[in-house]
Design a protein around this ligand. Structure first.
Ligand code: NAD
Ligand code: DAU
Length: 359
């Protein structure tokens, strides 16, 4: 790693899941600000990943490897230091000095329909990466979610922080909680230099149309009515993906090894409020949506207290104005129909099957 402005800047990071929503935003964020950091994206390109999400990152700053994090040989091949690393020829990226682990099955509705891929990728995949990080003594940052803490009452003021108990309530959240526990255990038992961050709901460009905000935007653009689960009172704590990226960088480069950092920007809003904001921004009547059956066991409220990362690492969000962030997100989907149109039909067919099974 190089030292720059009192920060350890990695020379080469491996970004797992870097062709997905947050991973691609992170790779782009790093490439813009730290052009001397080489980025290797390791991604299986499941339905949720697109190689094109990385378009525009200069070729000499990016290596793309299609691979599965559960495949120990493929993971080893990308992390094993080579002779070229030892002599640092300048033509070959130096050995990876940090893994930033995003790769996951990430969607709750899919996990409710079939949890098996979640256990495989989120648990076995994380284990496979941790073993490689241990073997080669590579710094490891694990991207996790606030859902590991379960949910809060709708009418309360309590918020989750790093000391909150693990109480995952959905199959997806349970798989992420398991992966967090593995990271903690590999740090304590084997000394893996690991950190974890648990973030709230992200929004922004490149988010798959299965997720709440892009689903409603693209429904409106396709002439379909937005779909609100249950009564719409459930609360999520929204964060602009750019702020998540800067927080991850802060933890990766300045965080204390062995620590967890909660990431949020005080963005609590009910699903109904978010949907109304989308309808307003897209000039639709406020009641132009339909209610559909909620998820079984649906979480009510998430809310995070990000005091630790602010106090310890001096991190502050720069995009906390939700209405503004939502408008630029809507503009991105309006301007990139070719990015989402193919996925839209497939996703809505999947939803029709899943909601049919639930009701
Ligand atoms: P995503 O579904 O958009 O992307 C996941 C990426 O991982 C895809 O590119 C996919 O191809 C890849 N992938 C899946 N299985 C893989 C495997 N076995 N091997 C290699 N690559 C594989 O997910 P996202 O929303 O960008 O979430 C990224 C991470 O952030 C996840 O770990 C998720 O739990 C966490 N997180 C997400 C949010 C959110 O609001 N989206 C909030 C907090 C934490
Ligand atoms: O909190 C962090 C988590 O946020 C991440 O760990 C997950 O990877 C990410 O997918 C997200 O999970 P949620 O389940 O909260 O996000 P989703 O966008 O799927 O749904 C947000 C809320 O909107 C939730 O209460 C369900 C509701 N919803 C969702 C869809 C797809 C609707 O009302 N209508 C919809 O069509």
């Amino acid at each position: 790693m190089n030292r720059q402005n009192d920060t350890l800047v990695p020379r080469h990071i491996l970004v797992t899941g870097g062709a997905g929503f947050i991973g691609a935003n992170f790779a782009r964020w790093v490439a813009r600000r730290y052009p001397t950091t080489h980025i290797t994206v390791f991604d299986a390109l499941t339905y949720a990943g697109k190689r094109d999400n990385l378009a525009g990152i200069p070729d000499d700053a990016l290596t793309f490897v299609r691979g599965d994090i559960c495949d120990a040989d493929a993971v080893d091949a990308v992390l094993r230091p080579t002779a070229a690393d030892a002599c640092a020829s300048g033509h070959t990226p130096p050995a990876v000095d940090a893994i930033v682990h995003f790769a996951a099955e990430s969607h709750n509705d899919n996990a409710i329909a079939d949890a098996a891929p979640f256990l495989r990728t989120n648990v076995i995949g994380t284990y496979t990466l941790l073993e490689a990080a241990r073997r080669y003594d590579i710094r490891f940052h694990h991207i996790s979610t606030d859902e590991v803490y379960g949910d809060l009452p709708l009418d309360g003021v309590e918020r989750f922080n790093e000391d909150s108990a693990y109480r995952p309530s959905s199959p997806y959240a349970a798989s992420k909680a398991a992966s967090d526990h593995l990271v903690r255990a590999w740090h304590r038992t084997y000394g893996v230099r690991a950190t974890i961050s648990n973030c709230s709901n992200n929004y922004g460009p490149y988010q798959h149309v299965e997720k709440f905000i892009p689903r409603q935007i693209t429904n409106i653009l396709c002439g379909l009515r937005p779909k609100l689960y249950g009564d719409g009172h459930a609360i999520r704590d929204w964060i602009n993906v750019e702020d998540h990226c800067s927080a991850i960088w802060a933890v990766l480069t300045r965080g204390t090894i062995g620590r967890t950092y909660v990431i949020g920007t005080d963005g609590e809003m009910s699903n109904a409020q978010v949907l109304r904001a989308i309808l307003r921004a897209m000039d639709r009547p406020g009641d132009d949506f339909e209610h559909v059956t909620d998820r079984p066991g649906a979480d009510r409220r998430y809310a995070l207290d990000a005091a630790r990362i602010t106090a310890e690492l001096g991190w502050h969000p720069r995009h906390a104005d939700f209405e503004q962030g939502l408008e630029s997100t809507i503009r991105w989907y309006v301007d990139h129909p070719q990015w989402w149109r193919g996925d839209k039909a497939v996703t809505e067919r999947r939803y029709a099957r899943q909601t049919g099974e639930r009701s």
